[in-house]
Design a binder for this molecule. Sequence first.
Ligand code: PAF
Length: 304
Amino acid sequence: MIVVERVEELRARCDEARGAGKSVGLVPTMGFFHAGHRSLMGAARQATDFLVVTLFVNPTQFGPNEDLAAYPRDLEGDAAAAEAERVDVLFVPSVDEMYPHGAPRTVVHVAGLTEGLCGAARPVHFDGVTTVVTKLFSIVGPSTAFFGRKDFQQLAVIRRMTADLDLPVDVRGCPLVREPDGVAMSSRNAYLDDDERIAARVLSRALREAGDRVLAGERRSDVIEAGVRDLVAAQPLVALEYVEVRDARTLEPRDALDGEVVLAVAAQVGRARLIDNVVLRVDGSHVEVDLGVPAGERGTRSVP
Ligand code: PAF
């Protein structure tokens, strides 16, 4: 594995790989790798010949009162993890390297899908994400890019952006990865103290119980959402920001569960803003509840 800091060098390495007939895979990250990131790298390693992982804590996707300065970083540990996942290039640009002309004047904005859910509390977030992802697509030129389904809204937004702009990239969604106690893997779990970490379990428990209600025949979104709200309200360390049933592709609100929907939550737990979700596929009386995979199960599955 080589560590590259300059855009021009990364571009040249990717051109060279494509010139040699290799497919290029991209895993964009903000670092502080956990099993979720590593499962993305595992899936990308299997599916593509030349694997680029980018590690860039992108300032433009953080609002003024968010955790940019505190965001956890561990370049040495991340480089060791990426090496173990047989990554070819780890790209670690500085902010000046990515934004040499200062804050970008050209911003990629996906209307609609970015407005509710996390977009309501984080109004600048998705423009920062889509703009930096477009830049990374343009520098790396991947045939396939891999994103985790924990960031469900981000994945839907990037898919729509890629389709709208005819970007020649196959966007793959990979399973959400959970800790043994059910908590969704997140770099922000590092902010939690012991009590908060235990309290955080309520989110995945509430989603699991919601899945059980759907399996038992419940199809009303408001009833499912109220069940999550009641369970989380009993945990004083967890402040629920939203719980919503949405169409899994368009993210439009859904009154009833039918087809593929996502039940998504966001909550503040101490200093950490956590998100989680369950995907529910409902076809008459047949229901599939997709809560993701436990850490350790290699994330070779992805959804084209
Ligand atoms: O999901 C993330 O870590 C970031 O939003 C991404 C996609 C790397 C863009 O900075």
